[in-house]
Design a protein around this ligand. Structure first.
Ligand code: SF4
Length: 236
């Protein structure tokens, strides 16, 4: 999973650029997800689910032909990304906003920081420039970094890996410690696991589940196991 943020001043075509990038990536056969940053709540007032939300529900889900969730309060971006990737394996996630994130950025204005790979004037961008831009973001973007400084990518630190990707100095693709096989979240904070712990947890839990008579509950095989552990001290 690679992540790209489209940032820039107001009314400079961020949403237009995000939609054009999505179309081009989908045309190339990639699966794409998006995350939009908003300071306002998402307007659902004319829907039943909006009424649930207004009445005070903490989480509202709608399911049918499509499924969506709205959760009260701000969630950390990395937690959102981790959950999205856990629900659906995606090739790319495009962020709209998130100026201070540490992912590869395309700016639609003169904003520039150490993670910016291109500044674009969206209103003058033709199809050929869009294709060049998508080639560039495919080459320079990267996924979630575990910040373990494990050197498996060939760089001395995670910061050096990110710098190498942004500047186009490496053919390395993703953080070698990235894995979506096992995710650990403690009190809403995603915790990175090194490969040893990840495999250890995976084997122990899988072994335990296999020893249970899950077929009595109609579960003969599984794609994903979810386990929630509560600290008794927190319970009233
Ligand atoms: S493989 Fe990932 S966690 Fe390890 S140093 Fe490289 S970027 Fe950091």
């Amino acid at each position: 999973m690679k992540i790209v943020a489209v940032v820039g001043a107001k009314n400079t075509g961020k949403t237009t650029l995000v939609t054009r990038i999505i179309r081009e990536l989908v045309k190339r056969g990639f699966t794409v997800g998006t995350v939009k940053h908003s300071h306002h709540s998402f307007d659902m007032s004319d829907r039943d689910t909006g009424k649930h939300k207004k009445a005070g529900a903490e989480i509202v889900a709608g399911t049918g032909e499509e499924t969506f969730f709205t959760i009260k309060g701000d969630m950390k971006l990395d937690n959102v990304l981790g959950m999205m990737n856990f629900i659906k394996n995606l090739d790319f996630i495009i962020l709209e906003g998130f100026k201070s994130s540490k992912y590869a950025k395309i700016s639609t204005s003169d904003f520039k920081d150490d993670f910016t790979i291109a500044n674009m004037n969206v209103f003058e961008m033709d199809d050929s420039s869009l294709k060049t831009l998508v080639d560039l973001l495919d080459e320079r973007s990267y996924g979630m970094i575990k910040y373990l400084n494990c050197k498996k990518c060939g760089f001395d630190s995670c910061d050096d890996f990110v710098d190498g990707k942004i500047k186009g100095n490496t053919n390395a693709t993703l953080c070698k410690s990235e894995s979506d096989e096992v995710l650990l979240k403690i009190d809403n904070q995603m915790i990175p696991l090194n490969p040893f712990v990840r495999n250890f947890v995976k084997e122990i839990i899988q072994g335990m589940v296999k020893s249970l008579k899950t077929d009595e509950f109609g579960v003969n095989d599984f794609e994903k196991i979810e386990l929630l552990i509560r600290d008794d001290h927190d319970r009233h």
